[in-house]
Design a protein around this ligand. Structure first.
Ligand code: BGP
Length: 481
């Protein structure tokens, strides 16, 4: 027996990619409600999720440009949650990762009174999960900052947003304290450095020193996260609250010390985020980086104590790929994997160019556990793929099964080698809208949803071949893969 008893098997989602009903139940707009679908033929391999300026945002709000905003419709979980949760229960889920849409609770972000209809919706969802013995695992902010906070404060660049977030966190802790035990503060907190609008709600063209603005916003998020940890511990003593990182293991291209050093540096830039949230302080390599790049973080008295005293109970991360770094200056601009790095010749890639690396997951698990010595939770992993519905309605997604089997095997090895891994929630357990491309056709689920990139389809749910496979994985606690 490798996987510990009580291992939290399940699936992961996010409100903005799942719920739909973007203007129902008193919900305000979120940043992702403004992101349009651009077909691959038009955008090529470029991924641009960010709204960058006030002007661009105003134009979008005025309805200029296209009108296809897939994240507004999601897969209509808002009206299908009972049916979907019944399917998760049939697979034997122990846990279900979801997020609360912040603007569903505080439509403008800075309101004092919460929106009761929004609160009531999540009560119904949690009750439904608990009915089947499924533990909700809830992310407070999965790229879902209310749009008004972007318009009024340029997102997390403004310190006042910390108070609004803490008020939101306390409101939901208080409301759901009898129902939700597992919490996460920010999804993929490191995404802000690549995508300031999505990660921190920043209209980046409105600021002069861009990196300064991003790291200042991140400081506010770190403080907000630590204060949410504090509130959670006080209000729900038996809860566990964690942080969440988009983890990418970085390999050197060769054993040349230049490549090794470059890989180490890139890896540190990734681990900086968990260093702050798990260890409770800014690592010295980052303070040097700030100095070199003329970045001055404005900290208030007490911030350092808050970060140090309220570290997370566990570390969670998404894992899809590894990266390769080269010390050669001319290779810095290469885009070998998703958005950067040299291509790894030993690995295959998904249809979106994400390089598949199950062993990299084991390496990452071992490295993270060595570094932090706290329980680890893989809260996202999976294969985005085009699925084909056969004439008889079946979907034979053996490629997805192969992908997951290979990753779970490496998890097993990591556990045997001493890593404390407490759970695994595969990404997009039900097909939903892609975060990076807003496509519906980039599918991750065990459950197929009949909808295309333009919103056509019946929204009917059907089981893929991987559905029964995953059910067996859970039933045997990972023994039969
Ligand atoms: C992570 C996000 C998710 C999710 C996933 C897959 O970065 O936390 O929200 O969508 O990646 O990415 P994509 O949907 O772009 O394929």
């Amino acid at each position: 027996m490798t996987f510990p008893k009580g291992f939290l098997w399940g699936g992961a989602t996010a409100a903005n990619q799942l719920e739909g009903a973007y203007n129902e139940g008193g919900k305000g707009l979120s940043i992702f409600d403004m992101v349009q679908f651009v077909p691959k033929e038009e955008r090529g391999n470029e991924i641009e999720m960010d709204v960058r300026s006030k002007k661009e945002l105003e134009d979008l709000l005025a309805g200029k440009g296209g009108d296809n905003f897939p994240k507004r419709r999601g897969i209509d979980f808002y009206h299908h949650y009972k049916e979907d949760i019944a399917l998760f229960a049939e697979m034997g889920f122990k846990t279900f990762r979801m997020s609360i849409s912040w603007p569903r609770i505080f439509p403008n972000g800075d309101d004092r009174e919460p929106n009761e209809e929004g609160l009531a919706f999540y009560d119904k969802v949690f009750d439904e999960l608990l009915k089947y013995g499924i533990e909700p695992l809830v992310t407070l902010s999965h790229y879902e900052i209310p749009l008004t906070l972007v318009q009024k404060y340029n997102g997390w660049t403004d310190r006042r947003v910390v108070e609004y977030f803490v008020h939101y966190a306390e409101t939901v802790f208080n409301r759901y304290k009898g129902k939700v035990k597992y919490w996460l503060t920010f999804n993929e907190i490191n995404v802000s450095t690549m995508s300031p609008y999505i990660g921190s709600g920043i209209l980046i063209d409105e600021v002069e020193h861009k990196e300064q603005a991003v790291y200042q916003a991140l400081h506010h998020q770190f403080v907000a996260s630590a204060r949410a940890v504090k509130a959670c511990h006080e209000m729900i003593p038996d809860a566990m609250i964690g942080c969440m990182l988009a983890r990418m293991e970085v390999y050197p291209e060769t054993c040349s010390p230049d490549d090794v050093l470059e890989a180490l540096k890139e890896d540190q830039m990734n681990l900086f985020f968990t260093d702050v949230q798990v260890r409770g302080y800014y690592p010295s390599f980052m303070l040097s980086y700030f100095e070199e790049n003329d970045i001055k973080i404005d900290m208030l008295p007490g911030d350092e104590e808050i970060l140090l005293q309220h570290t997370v109970d566990y570390l969670s991360f998404s894992y899809y790929m590894s990266m390769v770094a080269s010390g050669a200056p001319d290779k810095k601009k290469e885009k070998g994997n998703f958005f950067s790095g040299v291509k790894n010749p030993y690995l295959e890639s998904s249809d979106w160019g994400w390089q598949i690396d199950p062993k990299g997951l084991r390496i990452t698990l071992k490295k993270m556990y060595d570094r932090y010595q706290v329980p680890l939770f893989i809260v996202e992993n999976g294969l985005g793929a085009y699925d084909k519905v056969e004439e008889d309605g079946s979907i034979n997604d053996d490629y997805r099964i192969d992908y997951m089997r290979a990753h779970i095997e490496q998890m097993k090895e990591a556990i045997k080698e001493g890593v404390d891994l407490i759970g695994y929630t595969s990404w997009g357990c039900i097909d939903l809208i892609s975060a990076s491309t807003s496509e519906m056709s980039k599918r991750y689920g065990f459950i197929y949803v009949d909808q295309d990139d333009y919103g056509n389809g019946t929204l009917a749910r059907s089981k893929k071949k991987s559905f029964d496979w995953y059910k067996q994985v859970i039933t045997t606690n990972g023994e039969e893969l």
